[in-house]
Structure formats: structure tokens, C-alpha cells
Design a protein around this ligand. Sequence first.
Ligand SMILES: Cc1cc2nc3c(=O)[nH]c(=O)nc-3n(C[C@H](O)[C@H](O)[C@H](O)COP(=O)(O)O)c2cc1C
Length: 334
Amino acid sequence: MSKMNELMARGTELLGSDYAILCGAMSWVSERHLVSAISNAGGFGVIACGAMTPALLDTEIAATKALATKPFGVNLITMHPQLFELIDVCAKHGVGHVVLAGGLPPKGSLEAIKASGAKVICFAPTLAMGKKLVRSGVDALVIEGMEAGGHIGPVSTSVLAQEILPTLADEVPVFVAGGIGRGEAIAAYLEMGASGVQLGTRFVCATESIAHPNFKKAFMRASAREAVASVQIDPRLPVIPVRALKNAGTEAFTAKQREVANKLDKGEVDMMQAQLEIEHYWAGALRRAVIDGDVENGSLMAGQSVGMVSEEESVAAIVASLVQQAEAALQARG
Ligand SMILES: Cc1cc2nc3c(=O)[nH]c(=O)nc-3n(C[C@H](O)[C@H](O)[C@H](O)COP(=O)(O)O)c2cc1C
């Protein structure tokens, strides 16, 4: 067994994959084709449920099962109003792994997932939250730094890894995400105690990804410094920052925040509705770019590792080069 496989053993055992390399769920991008390709290449694919209805998720899982020969997971957003119906859909299909994203799991959700026999993976934004999640019975954690694409927290991957791995890596497998573009970085996090990693941006331009050619072109052209975090313009309306490539859509989001903040002022919406409106805005804007190819006005969610994406390659080729780089790095250390 290679050094890398040894360090990933707890991760691969939990996931049932060859490598503990997850492709994190990406709304509109992580559908049947990319997810099955990742799992079939030895990684672990995760369907992005996003705002899908239970019926749509049902169809997507069935279609993915038809293409995948290896296990894959489903990512559910805790804010989804039909979260428990979505959990039932996963259970019906015998989905082995549910990833809960977007905040604290609501009461009863962990129990409902575990009752179906599935493993639960949650995001730990801080050490305290990670400890709490472990106590409540999660099977694994993802720690995601602010280098990542999409919705982000305030802390970098390297700091989260130093804060969380020494304490929690012995308790449950921990997967490190955010800013990983090459295998040398995977090797480093494994040596620090991670059981695996999660990448998103690096897989967007895979041949099997259905992202629009314009979306992929924008990724291949961009450098790390162009993937910037959105700015909160109104102190009364806290918005979760989103990292994306700068375009006209970035400006449009500023206008959107003003519009929602005004509605909040006039009492037309409460804080919860205001935040949901912002989230719906992102889902629509991302669809516009990923599916319709409108890379000017849509949202080009991307992590800083976008600078390391320079061509369209098969999922198998991407996984193979990540593995080769990680193994070479570990071997060079002797
Ligand atoms: C276009 C895009 C869409 C994303 N959508 C989601 C999502 O719906 N749910 C989620 O939990 N994470 C989402 N993410 C985050 C990824 O799952 C993953 O954790 C992240 O991309 C890892 O960091 P990296 O981009 O630096 O590799 C998204 C990321 C990107 C780039």
C-alpha cells in the first residue's frame, strides 16, 4: 500500500472509494454525469441537491445510480424547506452518504439520516462546532477555508486545518477543502492528520462536467486573484460571502442587496425571508452562467485554485494527476 493510501485509509473506508478525494457538491454542476464520473474514477462524487424538489432529486439519484458503478453521496442544504422529504428520498434509494451543508443541522435531521443507515458528513466552521457535531454523532467532517468557490466562511484553509485537525482528526475522519489544486497540497493535509480532501473548482472543467463551454472558458482564462469574495454593503443585512470570478453579475449583486435591504427597512420582508431571497438570487445567477452560458451577468462561482485550471481534461486524468502528485510528494519525504 502506498503512503498516500495508508494516510487516506480511514477516509476510503468511510466513503467506500479508492481515494479519499471528494468532488464537493456544486449546484447545477454536480449532477449525474460529473458525479458518476468522479466515483467511477476512484474518487467520491456528491450530487448537489441545492433547491431541487424531492421529485427532481429522486430522478437525479436514480439517473446517477444507472451510471455509477461505485458509491456516491448527496448534498442537502439545511435551509431547504423540505429537508426531511429530501432525506426520505435518499433513504428510499439507499444513498450511503448524506452531506449536510449550510449551517447547523436542524433537530432530528441527523437521526433521520442515520436511521436510514446512511453516514452523515457535516461542515465544521469552527473547532467548537466541530466538537459539537462529533458529540451529536456525525460520521465525518469537512473543514472548508475561504479560498473555496461558492459560499465561504471567514477563515483560511491552512488556519482551519491547524485549529481543527490536531483535536478532531482522531475522533472522526476529517476532509479538508478550499484552495486545493494539486496533489502536493493533498499530501500536506494528509500528513497533518486529514483523512482526505474535497475539491470543487478543479473539477468544473472536466470533460464530463455539463457546465456551459463559456463557463469552462472563463475558468481556464482566470487567475487566482480574479476569484473574489462578495462584499456586504449593508450592515443590517448580513449576507454569506460568495467567492466568484468578477463580472457584471458582481455589480448586480450589490444592487440586489440594496433592493432587499430596502424591503427589510419597509417591513415588507423579515430577516429570514431577506436571506432566502439572497440565496434564491445566487441559485438563479449560477444557473444562468453554468447552464445558459451567460458569463457576463450570471454568477461564476470559483475558488482561488481556478488559476490552476488551464484545460479541459477527463475526470480520470484529473484524479490520476492529483494522486500521482500526492504520492510523489510523500515519497520525496522518505
Ligand atoms: C460553482 C460552485 C458551486 C458550489 N455549490 C455548492 C453547493 O451547492 N453546496 C455546497 O455545499 N458547496 C458548494 N460549493 C463548494 C464545493 O462543494 C467545494 O467545497 C469547494 O469548491 C472546495 O473548494 P475549491 O473550490 O477551492 O476546490 C460550490 C463550489 C463551486 C465552485
